[in-house]
Design a protein around this ligand. Structure first.
Ligand code: MN
Length: 230
């Protein structure tokens, strides 16, 4: 029973302080960089799709992940992650950044083959997006120390080879716009985090690969893709 009552609570380290940031929900948006929309042969949409990963899909500060089952095409997507200290419903854009505690770098791991299949069948995305270990996120840095990074390099490399590189200023919807949009549908709460979409260069990883990613002023993260889980 100990396991039942002392269940794992996902959290992230915060640079410069001892307490950890307790992660509540993980919201994600799609289609937020034009070059990624183009590489996937999609069209710009008025509002980006919003989906969630469970909080315990979080892999705090990276590390090794088992290669997920049921996929032959596991993709990396590097993203700026926004961590909230406040929330609410229908948050105005001009107040949205007041609710931001800090920022991190995340990798939105995706079973691309299952996602394509779900898209064709009109099925939900959970098995392609919301699986165990699908949300590695770096240590957070507080907005009170780094401000709100509206520009700066974001990148990802596999085995030292650069795969994704863009500037945060290329985001179609800024973090404050995403917070406002998501809060039209969900009452945002302290502890919620938001993956803000990926730039071009997404691609597959395989067992044994080392993935490193970072964003200027925000931080960096490393994961190793292990063998299949048992
Ligand atoms: Mn993504």
């Amino acid at each position: 029973m100990a396991e039942l009552f002392d269940y794992y609570r996902p959290s992230l380290a915060v640079k410069g302080i001892e307490r950890r940031f307790p992660v509540r929900r993980i919201f994600c948006v799609g289609w937020n960089y034009l070059d990624h929309i183009q590489e996937m042969d999609r069209k710009l949409v008025p509002q980006p799709p919003v989906f969630m990963k469970p909080g315990d899909a979080l892999l705090p500060n990276g590390g090794e992940i088992p290669f997920p089952s049921q996929t032959k095409n596991l993709h990396h997507e590097v993203e700026l992650v926004v961590a909230l200290q406040g929330g609410g419903l229908n948050i105005p854009v001009e107040e949205a950044l007041d609710h931001v505690y800090g920022y991190g770098v995340g990798i939105d791991l995706t079973r691309r083959d299952l996602q394509e299949n779900a898209r064709q069948q009109g099925e939900p995305w959970e098995t392609s997006k919301s699986f165990d270990y699908s949300a590695p996120v770096s240590m957070l840095r507080r907005a009170s120390s780094i401000g709100h990074p509206a520009k700066g390099r974001i990148w990802l490399a596999v085995n030292g080879k650069l795969r994704q590189e863009a500037d945060l200023k290329s985001m179609i919807r800024k973090p404050e716009e995403l917070i406002a949009q998501i809060s039209m549908y969900f009452e945002l709460k302290p502890g919620d985090v938001i993956f803000t979409g990926t730039p071009a260069g997404v691609g597959p990883v395989k067992p044994g690969d080392h993935v490193t990613a970072g964003a200027e002023r925000v931080g960096d993260i490393h994961i190793k893709v292990g063998g299949p889980g048992s």
